[in-house]
Design a protein around this ligand. Structure first.
Ligand SMILES: [Zn+2]
Length: 90
């Protein structure tokens, strides 16, 4: 059964060990990543079983995490603001 992670900025989820029904064990970095609009799926590299679904952060979550000093959120916010500046108001 895949686990749904609603908060992308939850500390340590990339390093957390998961165990698959096929006995494979490892963290998200060893899994097969599948990027979608709203979420990224992580599947077992051995059997393709879906283990983890990570919801992408919305702008409010990025801002909140950046304000809390989350390094990745600060980077993302800088990129988002740069993109906004280049594209102009929509
Ligand atoms: Zn597996």
């Amino acid at each position: 059964m895949a686990e749904l992670l609603n908060d992308y900025f939850t500390p340590g989820w990339r390093e957390r060990r998961h165990e698959c029904a096929c006995n494979w064990q490892g963290d998200s970095r060893a899994m097969q990543m599948d990027l979608h609009d709203e979420v990224t799926d992580y599947a077992c590299p051995e059997c393709g079983n879906l283990l983890l679904i990570v919801r992408h952060p919305d702008l409010g979550q990025v801002r909140a995490a950046a304000a809390a000093g989350h390094p990745e959120a600060r980077q993302q916010l800088a990129l988002l603001e740069e993109a906004e500046r280049l594209l102009g108001p929509r």
